[in-house]
Design a protein around this ligand. Sequence first.
Ligand code: FAD
Length: 317
Amino acid sequence: MKVIDHIKQAKDTLISFEILPPLKGKTINSIYEHLDPLMEFKPSFINVTYHRSETMFKKKADGTFEKVDIRKRPGTVGICAAIMNHYRIDAVPHLICGGFSKRETEDALIDLNFLGVDNVLVLRGDAAKNESSFEPEPDGNRYALDLLRQVVSLNHGIYIEEDIKNGSRTDFCIGVAGYPEKHFEAPNLDTDIMFLKAKVEAGAEYVTTQMFFDNQKYFDFVKACRDNGIDVPIIPGLKPITNRKQLSMLPKVFHVDLPMDLSNAIMKCKNDEEVEKVGTEWLIHQSKELKSHGVPVLHYYTLGKPKVIFNIVRELV
Ligand code: FAD
């Protein structure tokens, strides 16, 4: 079922989770172990992130180095199929521009369609680790908007192979990313929202946000989106803080601020166990307030911390 239909049919705020594929070498059981405890909250859908390959230099026996492309976390499509089969819950694969030609994207979409996946979250992806800024493949998509247009075309039965006539139509529900604190490359929030609006006008049916730790930023973002004519559901993305390192890592990697009250409380903690308690309490408060404002879904980035997420969602039901 489509994410947008889950939202339309809901009588209350829904719950959803987001997971990372396990590191290469692990089994699908690591996904089940991660998700099993969270199933009692009846998530409406589960997102699975996509991780592009990284270029690395491996030392050879003769002492010289060889350049290799390694994907540390493959398996997004397979995990989505496994989740749908194992739990009978809708899966939302993330699909990125980076590292894909348009033809490879088309083939991935065909695989997802054959597997019965109804949803995709389309993203640009970040720059490859060895590049200073994002560069698409020579025949790939540059912006999430371009990737979205490709999915919309396939939904209309238009394939890249021009000689395919009367191609079957896919019917993906398409989500996109939004940034309450603006995307780090955007010159200002208004411009970022203008590009978000372009994604919605091109066919995005909902927005999932980057994490934020101050609900007011989400409320202001939603208002700015509404003022600019973006009227699709805006799902808040939520992540718990569980260790002190995140105080500097989250602003650096995700370009988000931590409110002073939260950072002060974390700095007073003696160890990460205490930080986890502070982070859990903070996210429970955030979640309760968002729920009381009638957000469509509370979307939790579980990212290796299912127990913490369990303790948070338990407080809401
Ligand atoms: P875009 O919408 O393409 O925007 C990128 C930048 O370009 C923005 O600054 C925007 O303002 C600007 N822009 C947009 N359109 C235009 C245009 N036409 N002309 C000029 N400028 C433009 N990354 C992964 O690799 N894998 C994942 O699974 C993943 N999941 C994510 C899930 C969520 C909910 C979020 C919020 C992010 C996720 N990311 C993921 C990270 C994401 O790929 C990065 O934040 C990336 O830098 C931007 O992606 P986007 O889809 O927002 O890009």
